[in-house]
Design a protein around this ligand. Structure first.
Ligand SMILES: [Zn+2]
Length: 314
């Protein structure tokens, strides 16, 4: 009997490195943090493939790149014996019972959207099921954490959130500035996601969530993906023990049903000392089980994400 918990990684920039470095996902010698063989070693059952484009770009250039990345995903990731694409909870279940690994697409930053929701609907029809509203800079939807200003959701941004709710696309608030996060919590009718963020009161970084935001996401029924970006985890060298302080804190705020994992592997050049690639995932799972027990670990590793996927990805 397989006692390994169902493992979901809600954020990695594998496609970005495949595009920019021509890294081969299926090459066992690939430098990717999450090549297919490392994903297997990690025991990841569902990987969210973020569509991240390096700025600067115009909205149209962003759109063109997103389409190119989706083609890359379909052509070079979703292959016969490898990753199978999923766009619904039913497909996730089917793949799991067939012992296959799933790949789900998400967009990191809605910069391709200017004043028209139709390109987003097309993204949905292409299988995209989550979207971070911004990256660090602002766009037509809201401002990111890197901006001086924080306008919150624009009028168009509210329409975007409403349409995502209607379609069944998960709203991701990682990278979004504070007023944007509180606006999303107010306007979203569905649970939201902070796919790759840690706790700011444990380590002060603008990309981490403060306690009010964490409580808001808990109240909303959403999920926070703890992330392995070393400078979001601790000052200087970061270890799994430092990451556990974020877990402890989020659990202490009542987050047992609202915590997951979003590594940001392949989106970072520096890594944690003892969490360098997919190969180190089993070590993390072992530590989580030792610290928090089997049932809480299963929720953190994938159970909580599965709950919102079941609710939103019809
Ligand atoms: Zn990111």
């Amino acid at each position: 009997m397989d006692m390994k918990p169902f493992l979901i990684d809600a954020h990695a920039d594998i496609l970005y490195r495949m595009e920019t470095e021509h890294a081969d996902f299926y090459d066992p010698a690939s430098p990717l943090h999450l090549s297919y063989s490392k994903l297997e070693a990690a025991g990841i059952d569902l990987q969210v493939f973020a569509l991240y484009v390096n700025p600067p770009y115009t909205p149209y250039e962003h759109l063109a790149k997103l389409l190119a990345y989706i083609d890359l995903f379909r052509t070079n990731v979703c292959v016969e014996q490898g990753i199978l694409p999923v766009a619904s909870y039913k497909e996730i279940e089917q793949n799991a019972s067939a012992g296959r690994r799933s790949g789900l697409l998400s967009i990191e930053g809605g910069d391709f959207l200017v004043d028209d929701l139709r390109p987003m609907r097309v993204m949905y029809s292409l299988g995209v099921r989550a979207m971070g509203l911004t990256w660090n800079h602002g766009n037509a939807i809201a401002d990111g954490v890197g901006e001086e200003n924080d306008r919150g959701l624009t009028t168009f941004g509210r329409m975007v959130v409403q349409e995502m709710n209607r379609l069944g696309m998960i709203v991701d608030v990682s990278h979004l500035a504070a007023k944007g996060v509180s606006d999303v919590l107010e306007y979203s009718s569905a649970p939201i996601l902070a796919s790759h963020s840690n706790a700011r009161s444990v380590h002060p970084h603008r990309r981490n969530l403060d306690d009010e935001q964490i409580r808001g996401i808990i109240q909303n029924g959403g999920v926070i993906g703890m992330t392995f970006v070393p400078y979001f985890v601790a000052e200087g060298k970061a270890y799994i023990t430092d990451l556990l302080r974020h877990v402890d804190h989020i659990l202490s705020l009542g987050g047992e049903d609202h915590l997951g994992i979003g590594s940001d592997f392949d989106g970072i050049t520096e890594t944690m000392v003892d969490l360098k690639s997919g190969l180190d995932y089993p070590k993390l799972l072992e530590t989580l089980e030792k610290e928090y027990g089997r049932s809480v670990t299963a929720k953190i590793c994938g159970g909580n994400f599965l709950r919102i996927f079941r609710e939103i990805l019809q």
